[in-house]
Structure formats: C-alpha cells, structure tokens
Design a protein around this ligand. Sequence first.
Ligand code: ASP
Ligand code: MG
Length: 404
Amino acid sequence: MNVVHKYGGSSVATIEKIKAVAQRVAEVKRSGSNIAVVASAMGKTTNELIALASQLGEDLPPREMDSLLSTGEQKTVTLLAMALSALGVPAVSLTGFQGGFVTNQNFRHAKIKDIRIEAVQKYIDAGYVPVLAGFQGIDEEGNITTLGRGGSDTTAVALAAKLGWDCEIYTDVDGVYTVDPRRCPGAKKLATVTSDEMMEMASLGAGVLETRSVELAKKYGVRLYLGQSLEPDHTKGTYIMDQMNFEEMPVTGISIREDCCMVTARGLQAGGAPVNALFSVIAALDINVDMISQQMGADGSCILTFSCSEEAAKTLLEQAPQRGFASPLELQPGLCKLSLVGAGMVTHSGIAGKAFAVLQEANVPYYQITTSEISISLTIDAQNAERAIAALAAAFDLCEEEEA
Ligand code: ASP
Ligand code: MG
C-alpha cells in the first residue's frame, strides 16, 4: 500500500521529534510501501514568523508574507530529509515550487490549480522518499504562495489524490471524538466518520482537520486517516470515509462554537431597504454572520436575528448608525452554539424533538435554531454549556457510561 504521511507542527516541533518521525517513515519504507511525506513548520514557527513581520506594521505586502511564511516548512523538510538519510533511507526535500504545486495568485489563501507531479514521481521511481513542504506553492508567474492557515493538510490530500495513494494525517490528537474530550471527559473516539460529518464538525469548531482537505479527499476519493504521530495501529485513530452504517447512530458528534452573540433588529420593513442596509454594513465591516432568521409580522414588518462574535456585534452596534442603518440593534452576548452532527439524520426523524426535550429536562433554555441536512445547531447561554453537552452526549450515546 502506498501512502502519503502528513506530520503537523507539534509532531515535528524539535529535532528529537523529527528523528522519531524519520524512524517511523523509515519503518514504512522498509516494509515495502512507497511513501511520500508532507510536513508543517516546526511547532509554532508560522505564528512566530507572522509576529516577527507584524513588527514592521500592518498591511504588509502579501507576496512577501508568503515568501516569509514558506520558510517555516522549508526548514522542517530539509531536517527531516537529512534525518532519513542518516537512517540510510534515501530522501529528498522539496519546496512547493520544486514539488510542482501550482496555485492561483491569491496570496495567503491560494488554491492549488495543478500538481506537476514529474519531479516527485521521478524521485519515487528512483526509490527516494520525497519530503514535501506543506502549505505552499508557486503561481504561474513564479511567486511563492501559501494556502491559508492549516494548509498542509490540503497539500497532503492533494498529493495523495494526484498519486492515487492513501493519506494519513498525524497530529498530537489521537483521532476524532464525538465531543471535544476537554469539554466532555467520557467522549468516545470515532473509528470512522463520514466526510460530510467531518466537514460540518471542522467548520463548526472541531478543529482537528482543515475543512478544505476533507472536501478534497471526498472529491477525489482519497482514503483519509487521522491518527497520533508514531502510532502505527490504525484501529486507534479515525478513518474519514463514506460507507457507514447510518442505522446505528443518528448523531455522530457535537461540536461547540464559543463566543456567540445574538443580534436582533425589530420592526424592519421586510425585504426592503433597511434589511439591505444592515447587510451592506455587515459586509463592509467584514463580519461573519451565522444563523440568520427572519420572522414576519402581520403588518409586513419583520424581526431579523443572526449571530456573530461578541466583538463583531459591538463593532456593528457602534458603526451601523454612521454607515446608514439607523434602527436599534439588541445584543444578547454570552452565548455559545452547539451543533449536533450526524449523517444518519437524513434517514432518522425526531432528532430535533429529542434534543429539545433533553435540554428542557436539563433546564437549559435555547434561542436560535438552524438545521442543515445533517446537523441541528442551537444557541444557549455559555454558562449552561457543560450541562447541555453532558445531557445531550448521554442522550445520544456519545460518551462512555459512568461507572456505577
Ligand atoms: N504552518 C502552517 C500553519 O501553521 C500550515 C500548517 O501547519 O498546516 O498554518
Ligand atoms: Mg493543522
């Protein structure tokens, strides 16, 4: 079986860790598999580079920022290739440019357009382990680009798709859990999760895998696995795959997004200028809103609500009048958003009803509610989060039962 391994920043944070990763890669290579490696920058290097540059001011030229940020990954791959060579495994480091990762010119958030795989293929055919710098590429004009924070996952999946290989992402967490184990100590580890669930959970706040990489894996049918660095036993991590038995678990997990503020505007003329004015201000301030809903009154006016971060809500409240939206806005801060996610929801009914009953039983009031085909999200007071999570996790069989 041929495989792309991806190692995240925490897995290559020190020379000792890089040596240990090299040992693991050497084992795979010696077992007869072909292997290519994608690595992130060591530890918090990317953050440090950003902090360094920001001493020069704000609004730095994105082209230069991308050249700067790409150095983090370059450092890792050269060290890892040398560590492999020291173990007698022929290895070669490749930057995004050398690896043929062609992107568009959207600096800081570039998209991969093509992988000119010849160079990588040549080294694979010659028995080398190619060690590729994640998160970077080159545009058609020869500028270095980066793919956006967390983009090494995308590099790895794209490479696996191009080669037709499996992709294994190694990090400091040992798999995907039903609920963040820090928030719910009995949370169960999932042996499998569908890519749709993973995308919902990643964008809803589960944070283990970059959403784009999951999307790519789905699109190109890449077998994706998430596990803890240096743990070779695949029964210990999580496969992201699309064949599952939906009958068993209508809810696969709960994700939690902190820092939610509900914003309400009342008495607006529905579908008219005030609603447009409000959303133009929101767009101009680059505010990310969520859970938008509108309720019509009999007189043609409406109540509009949405959620956003508390800071964004305050900025909006401050700026709206001078930017052309004069009606009052009410803020309800101190909320968080819980999302129940499960591919099985497509075929199961009654999940929302059960969730509401569980919350009522646990004495947790809830406010906005939104749904997608495979998720139900609601906002609650942040101070009730622990209680709500525990009750929902127990009701939907997402945590180990407590010992009596
Ligand atoms: N080093 C980059 C970052 O910290 C890319 C990655 O780690 O995936 O965002
Ligand atoms: Mg990452």
